[in-house]
Design a protein around this ligand. Structure first.
Ligand SMILES: [Zn+2]
Length: 404
């Protein structure tokens, strides 16, 4: 017989925008089988009961932009160049565990040094090591000499783009990452300059869609953003220097913004001498204000926003992913909006909204049980001592409840 768990008298923030006080949620096997108020729901016989008074139950959080292969070192380009790929894989395993411990049950890995990310994904899926569900891109696809080539495959021309996309998919990619502008961390590339041609970006989208995969485009500057939107990508990562035209194109075409406010903010908070290369510091510092403005404009214009941290970049630590919700609230989102961006909206962007992202009957039981009310204080989500249990597909996998 399948085991049942009933969480009783808990505040449920269900990921659809609804909050239910004094609710009961029943999980049977891997699936949520009932959600309702204590009054309306009885506990199935034999179910393990959990007293949820004072606690909040959220859908397991989803981070749409991490790099598990990067260890948040001050100079990640140098770090990864000096370590073996097997060491990188071990580090990624530790990053995965930390991410899960922080209540994140799913991540989209937006580029890794090699295909070992899919080995980690399989190890997690088969229960060998703990970690979030991974929707991985494999290598980011970039132009020759382009940004992110330290975790990328350099290509030139539409034909090479198509083969690179096919290679990622053959290795296990569930999403394709393309680089449409220069970046902060890659020396000699400028964030406001476009990279890859529209034709190359179109080839990536076309080839990805043929295999049913979505495309995420890295773009800071508006010209790169527009190239990517014209090519039909599903999300713009960073969207740092978004102008009016790029904003209206995103809005019209339903392209998601994945702001990754934490990426620039954690770098820009550092001083010369912290180990971050001077070029990266300068670029981050010069763009943070405009990044905040772009985020506020996106929010005002009703552009779809999905949460992503870019965890793994300098001082942007795995396991601190919830810092992004604090930043989104600081720049104008309500706590509920920040939670939606980190649950149902994130699931929609990734394309897994039928399985996870909300607490509803029939969904997989990916849940975060947590002490306190994040609608009053979003920063509580970052406090790991408040996590009572992290459930993945009906099993407590982190937090005190996983040890009972
Ligand atoms: Zn990134």
């Amino acid at each position: 017989m399948m085991k049942s768990v009933a969480i009783r008298s808990v505040r449920v923030i269900d990921g659809t925008g609804r909050t239910i006080e004094r609710a009961t949620v029943v999980v049977r096997g891997a699936t949520i089988t009932a959600v309702g108020s204590d009054r309306d729901l009885s506990i199935p016989r034999g179910a393990t009961k959990i007293d949820g008074r004072g606690l909040t139950l959220l859908p397991g959080l989803i981070d749409c932009h991490v790099h598990l292969c990067l260890g948040a070192e001050p100079d990640v380009v140098d770090a990864i160049a000096k370590e073996t790929s097997s060491l990188t894989l071990l580090k990624a395993g530790q990053a995965a565990q930390r991410t899960l411990d922080a209540g994140f049950t799913t991540v989209r890995d937006a580029g890794s040094r090699d295909h070992a990310i899919f080995t980690l994904q399989r190890a997690i899926d088969t229960g060998l090591v703990p970690g979030p569900r991974i929707i991985g891109a494999g290598l980011a696809i970039c132009m020759i000499g382009g940004h992110a080539r330290f975790i990328g495959q350099e290509v030139e021309g539409a034909e090479q783009v198509r083969s690179a996309v096919r290679e990622q998919i053959a290795a296990g990619a569930a999403v394709i990452k393309v680089i449409a502008s220069g970046g902060v961390l890659t020396p000699g590339t400028s964030p406001d300059q476009a990279q890859m041609t529209v034709e190359e970006l179109q080839a990536a989208v076309d080839e990805a869609q043929r295999a049913g995969r979505k495309v995420a485009a890295h773009a800071h500057g508006s010209s790169g953003m527009k190239n990517a939107i014209r090519a039909g990508v599903h999300s713009i990562e960073h969207a740092t220097l978004m102008d009016e035209e790029a904003a209206s194109m995103m809005k019209q075409q339903g392209v998601f913004m994945v702001p990754t406010l934490s990426a620039l903010a954690t770098t820009a908070a550092c001083r010369l001498g912290c180990g971050i290369p001077e070029s990266a510091l300068d670029k981050a510092k010069s763009m943070t204000k405009r990044h905040q403005v772009s985020f506020k404009n996106a929010l005002r214009d009703g552009i779809q926003i999905a949460m992503g941290t870019d965890a793994g970049t300098p001082f942007n630590f795995h396991g601190e992913n919830a810092q992004e919700l604090e930043r989104m609230v600081a720049f104008g989102m309500s706590p509920m909006q920040a939670i939606l961006a980190s649950t149902s909206a994130a699931a929609r962007l990734i394309g897994i909204q039928d399985q996870v992202g909300t607490i509803e009957k029939g969904k997989l039981a990916d849940l975060l049980l947590f002490e306190g009310n994040p609608l009053r204080r979003i920063d509580l989500l970052r406090d790991r001592s408040r996590i009572i249990g992290v459930m993945q597909a009906g099993k407590f996998v982190a937090g005190p409840l996983s040890r009972t």
